[in-house]
Design a protein around this ligand. Structure first.
Ligand SMILES: Cc1cc2nc3c(=O)[nH]c(=O)nc-3n(C[C@H](O)[C@H](O)[C@H](O)COP(=O)(O)OP(=O)(O)OC[C@H]3O[C@@H](n4cnc5c(N)ncnc54)[C@H](O)[C@@H]3O)c2cc1C
Ligand code: FES
Length: 272
């Protein structure tokens, strides 16, 4: 579906941790309420370098009478995000969205498990907030596994602490939390979760999502994964973000992460 491009005004853009920024952008009230898992394409208004917008998940959303605002939690990794990090209050950004589909909610599943790698926490936070708000699950039944290479790359925990009861932090070097891959930590706990009543939501680096897919192979856990492919247009026009997906009938097809995703059933993703 075509979405409008909005000019947003930056209300704040703070470095909350080295290389990690939280940006709040004010938008007009015609911006649609985003669903958890949706993202925006963002670039500086009027600047053609870098030419392409960058996809960033919507981390939080609020609406007042005649305006609304979104928060974006992002990591500086290259030119585009470096430029975003340099923006000051009152700067203008072009926001295209909300784009993509959302995580599916199965109200019959009361045990919710989130598995995030690094900045993958961003879309899962909006989802946890949404599930809590609609009363789909209680805080006690929401477990969050968050992993990163080191303590420096663990962000967003304050919000998760308010939403989820059981939180497991893992780092590769043990600098905070358990010294473990986040997927291994989940695998150790897996048997405590009732399969029929549980749904898993995940977002993170490809290697993490792939490892989780291997762990879930042969189990009946339902799991939805949000993929972070590189994007060009963000609206389904260029096929630049295509991934191989096997449908329910077993047929292989290329799906666009921006327009057909970014959320897919983890069992349908074909890993090279
Ligand atoms: C649907 C979606 C949601 C996203 N949400 C967030 C978010 O909430 N917060 C956030 O910080 N990031 C998010 N990302 C990733 C973000 O879009 C990239 O980090 C950003 O586009 C990098 O732009 P850059 O110009 O700074 O880096 P570039 O100069 O374009 O790239 C720098 C390096 O990072 C690699 N890279 C670039 N983009 C990606 C990517 N998508 N996945 C893996 N490696 C990549 C490049 O190959 C290169 O090595 C999301 C991506 C998608 C597709
Ligand atoms: S980025 Fe162009 S089709 Fe997805």
């Amino acid at each position: 579906m075509a979405k409008d491009i909005y000019i947003g005004e930056i209300l704040s853009n703070e470095e909350i941790q080295k290389e990690f920024f939280l940006m709040k952008v004010k938008l007009t009230s015609s911006f649609d309420d985003p669903l958890p898992g949706q993202f925006v394409m963002i670039r500086i208004a009027g600047l053609n370098d870098p030419f392409l917008s960058r996809p960033i998940s919507i981390y939080s959303f609020s609406r007042r009478n005649n305006s609304c605002s979104i928060e974006l939690l992002y990591r500086v990794i290259g030119k585009g995000t470096q430029i975003l990090a340099g923006l000051i209050k009152t700067s203008q950004v072009e926001i295209h969205g909300p784009l993509g589909g959302s995580f599916e909610i199965d109200e019959s599943k009361k045990q919710i498990i989130f598995i995030a790698g690094g900045i993958g926490i961003a879309p899962l936070s909006l989802l946890a907030e949404h599930l809590g708000r609609i009363g789909c699950s209680s805080k006690q039944a929401m477990s969050f596994y968050l992993g990163a290479q080191t303590a420096d790359a663990i962000v967003g925990l304050d919000k998760i602490n308010k939403l989820c009861y059981q939180i497991q932090v893992c780092t590769d070097d043990g600098s905070v939390g358990r010294k473990s891959l986040v997927t291994d930590a989940f695998q150790k706990d897996m048997k405590i979760y009732p399969v029929e009543n549980t749904i898993i939501y995940t977002c993170g680096p490809k290697a993490m999502v792939k490892a989780l897919s291997k762990i879930l192979n042969g189990t009946k856990f339902q799991c939805q994964a949000s993929l972070e492919e590189r994007m060009a247009c963000g609206t389904g026009a260029c096929m630049g973000c295509a991934v191989a997906i096997r449908d329910n009938e077993g047929y292989l097809a290329y799906k666009r992460v921006c327009a057909d995703g970014p959320v897919f059933d983890i069992r349908q993703i074909v890993w090279e």
